[in-house]
Design a binder for this molecule. Structure first.
Ligand code: HEM
Ligand SMILES: *[C@@H]1O[C@H](CO)[C@@H](O)[C@H](O)[C@H]1NC(C)=O
Length: 332
């Protein structure tokens, strides 16, 4: 090899090393999530998930509501690591069985999304990413915005059942507590107002509503809305196993839209937190703005979902890629 060629080669390999070092340095201390994380390892992953979400939505519209609610219940509790999906074992209680998870549903259909992905790329795509991407694609099915989200989350190995109440506000929590909980994960007031717009779809069971109906009707409720609620929740102490519920948005129950904000301004919000959102002076200005502008709602919603989806993920070599979403992998 001539000395000139040798010199060129040395310079080239040195710059490659330098580039690599710079890349590593840049990613140090960052969450390590990237766009299209599975580009090389499972290029079809995002497409398979999208197809499955669409297919399931055609058969069961409410699957999309579940994927949306999942992103809150998994990501807001310390980390987006699919801990929500773990079943109870002899040693740990499942998050799904706690009171804060009341009404969560359709987990077996999430398993079928995972199975479809596993058929194509076994052991590559995490349940945490499937949970987040199914929420993203579900949002589109119900008329919401498309939100480009990063991937590369890995799955945790333990349930956080015992700390759910520390992170997830109750149905009757004060707005101060609600705002504070979200602030601690980087979501500001308009972000909270937008996220609660998720209550524009789906249902609320009577067990979470009877406090506003019995022994006397909450005077904050719109009297026009009360007969319907009483008809659906005729039992002051509902059987928790009975399927007694009220639709969150009677106007457009299947659409993620800003009708929610008009409902709560009209005192037709079902939960106490929904009502507070329109009554509290810190949140009301944003409620008014979102009631007027679906674009503004979607813009803030997309921003808040992105922050939620990036909350403290396990990346790199932390955690694992669960083979089955409802159980941790067996260690050999
Ligand atoms: C202060 C915060 C929140 C509270 C207290 C709260 C509470 C609740 C409650 C009690 C229900 C009714 C469950 C049932 O009876 O089946 C519900 C439903 C729902 N929540 Fe929330 N939620 C909050 C924030 C969120 C956020 C941030 C999202 C999404 C990003 C969300 C998405 C949903 C959806 C989609 C449903 C309907 C589920 C279905 O029909 O299966 N919620 N929520
Ligand atoms: C909120 O509702 C629960 C029942 O779901 C009740 O036990 C609790 O005392 C209520 N909290 C407040 C602050 O009213």
């Amino acid at each position: 090899m001539g000395s000139k060629a040798f010199y060129l080669l040395a310079v080239l390999s040195f710059s490659a090393l330098a580039l690599q070092a710079a890349f590593v340095a840049e990613n140090e201390g960052k969450p390590g999530l990237v766009m299209n994380f599975y580009r090389d390892t499972c290029p079809q992953a995002e497409e398979i998930i999208r197809e499955q979400v669409k297919l399931l939505y055609k058969r069961h519209k409410n699957t999309a509501f579940s994927w949306l609610r999942n992103i809150f219940h998994d990501c807001a509790v310390e980390s987006c690591d699919a801990s929500l999906l773990l079943d109870s074992t002899r040693r740990m209680m499942s998050e799904k069985e706690m009171d804060r998870s009341f009404g969560l549903r359709n987990f077996r259909y999430l398993d079928s999304i995972k199975e479809a992905v596993e058929r194509e790329c076994p052991g590559v795509v995490s349940c945490a990413d499937i949970l987040v991407l199914s929420a993203r694609d579900g949002i589109v099915e119900i008329g919401g915005p498309y939100i480009a989200l990063k991937t590369g989350r890995r799955d945790g190995r333990r349930s956080r059942a015992e700390m759910l109440e520390q992170y997830l506000p109750d149905h009757n929590e004060s707005m101060s507590v609600v705002l504070e909980r979200f602030k601690s994960i980087g979501i500001n007031t308009p972000g909270v107002v937008a996220l609660l717009g998720s209550h524009s779809v789906g249902r609320t069971h009577c067990v979470k509503l009877v406090h506003r109906l019995y022994p006397e009707v909450d005077p904050a409720l719109n009297p026009d809305h009360v007969p319907h609620m009483l008809k659906k929740c005729y039992d002051p102490i509902p059987d928790p196993k009975a399927v007694q519920y009220v639709r969150n948005d009677r106007g457009t129950p299947m659409k993620l839209d800003n009708n929610y904000y008009r409902n709560i301004l009209d005192n037709k919000g079902l939960l106490i937190v929904d009502h507070e959102l329109s009554a509290d002076e810190r949140t009301r200005p944003y409620v008014l703005k979102m009631a007027k502008s679906q674009d503004y709602f979607f813009k803030e919603f997309s921003r808040a979902i992105t922050i939620l989806s990036e909350n403290n993920p396990l990346t790199g070599t932390k955690g694992e890629i669960r083979r089955q979403c409802s159980a941790v992998n067996k260690l050999h």
